[in-house]
Design a protein around this ligand. Structure first.
Ligand code: AMP
Length: 414
């Protein structure tokens, strides 16, 4: 099916062709026509499914079709959970908008950097703002933008917005928006907080659930290697040397671990960098740019990097520390195998973490065979008596008390 059959104008069809998209992905085919008709959307899509273009192409077309005599007014708001995703979505939208006869002004706003350049960028207004919730509210408080003219709202990675504790800010933002608007909500998972938000926010939404998609299905090979915790860095070095990965994203549990592991790898002669929330925004941007440009081979990251980062041709993700929840597991492994490329997601499992990994497998309906690598066979095969979490303790699909509180706080502020 070509892009032109979805109701897109020639400019938007050209925009997709310019990006090298030969045909729409499943989420694009399903979401673009109803968005063009002005319908609300509730989209469930795997990471890497092409959802940014799925909402950006029809959004840009709808805005281009509206006449707006006089001063520029903010008409579309895209809320995202992280700085990286804000930058990525903004860049992607600007690229797609280039083909329009008079491209809209797209502003990107996120915290962790000085507000002044963002205030300057909003002088004279913007048509579209892509923002993280906290900074958006700061800008609204500074009267740098007004939300009362927004006619399209996108909530991208809605589950993550809740995970990161944005419930309060979301409630305040929703209260500033006009009631009459089109809402597009995308989420990889649907915990109770997201379901409640969707019910309160969306009007007769078109529900879209994209499962497997032959042309773009991420071919992620999942592997689990049994190894003693103390030998993981050596095993990682061995794998980097023997698997021929040009780039690998390694997940650890803490910022401290990210620093330590990256340091050990560097001392062993690898181009490795840590990536976590304590680094300055400039440093984070630099690390990602170096990673994309292959100047850095190994990035050792906390879950900050589990969402939103799109490194084309990232062949491998390693769970050096297992993720806390099954949902985080899904997001981490989704960093590889994006948009139809193949990838490997590899988890290190020590005897103490075996029960935790089994719970992740159960929640995801997986059965990943355990492997051992010659020379790295575990000495410890039973969990130690004081193993943390060896009996579970996993964050999961059932809404926690905190989830319920967050959902209630959003609803009560509406
Ligand atoms: P997203 O899920 O929006 O983060 O997109 C994941 C990746 O898929 C990005 O690198 C996009 O450029 C790419 N992509 C989006 N739409 C298509 C398409 N129709 N064909 C091929 N690649 C696409």
């Amino acid at each position: 099916m070509p892009f032109s059959s979805l109701g897109l104008d020639p400019a938007m069809v050209r925009a997709a062709a310019d990006k090298g998209y030969a045909a729409p992905t499943a989420i694009q085919a399903a979401a673009i026509p109803p968005i063009l008709q002005g319908r609300d959307i509730l989209g469930a899509a795997q990471t890497g499914s092409g959802k940014t273009a799925a909402f950006s192409l029809p959004l840009l077309q709808r805005l281009a079709g509206e006449r707006h005599p006089g001063a520029r007014r903010l008409r579309a708001l895209v809320l995202v959970p992280t700085r990286e995703l804000a930058a990525q979505v903004g860049e992607s939208m600007r690229g797609l908008a280039q083909q329009l006869p008079s491209p809209p002004k797209i502003a990107v706003a996120f915290g962790g950097v000085s507000i002044n350049p963002q205030l300057m960028a909003l002088r004279g207004g913007a048509d579209i703002v892509v923002a993280t919730p906290g900074r958006l509210l700061d800008l609204a408080d500074h009267r740098a933008l007004r939300l009362s003219s927004v006619s399209m709202l996108v909530l991208d990675e809605a589950d993550r917005l809740f995970d990161l504790g944005f419930a309060d800010e979301l409630g305040r933002i929703l209260a500033l928006l006009p009631g009459e608007r089109q809402n597009l909500l995308f989420s990889a998972t649907f915990p109770q907080a997201v379901r409640s938000l969707a019910e309160s926010l969306l009007r007769a939404p078109v529900r879209i659930e994209v499962q497997a998609e032959p042309a773009h299905e991420p071919a992620i090979q999942q592997r689990a290697i049994e190894v003693d915790a103390g030998r993981r860095t050596q095993l990682l070095r061995h794998l980097v040397a023997h698997e021929g990965w040009p780039r690998v994203l390694v997940f650890v549990a803490t910022k401290h671990a990210a620093e330590i592991v990256a340091d050990k790898l560097r001392k062993a002669g690898l181009d490795a960098e840590p990536f976590h929330g304590v680094l300055s925004q400039g440093k984070r941007t630099q690390v990602l740019a170096d990673f994309k440009a292959s100047r850095v081979q190994v990035v050792v990251a906390t879950d900050l990097a589990a969402r939103g980062i799109d490194v084309v041709q990232l062949p491998a993700v390693v769970n050096y520390d297992l993720p806390r929840s099954a949902v985080d597991y899904l997001h981490r492994i989704g960093r590889t195998g994006r948009a139809g490329e193949s990838g490997v997601a590899l988890s290190f499992v020590s005897a103490d973490r075996e029960a935790h990994f089994r719970l992740i497998e159960k929640r995801q309906g997986l059965n990943v065979p355990r492997e051992r690598i010659a020379g790295f066979e575990p000495v410890q095969t039973q969990p130690s008596a004081r193993a943390p979490d060896s009996t579970g303790g996993i964050k999961g699909k059932r809404p926690s008390k905190k989830d319920k509180l967050r959902a209630a706080s959003v609803l009560s502020r509406k």
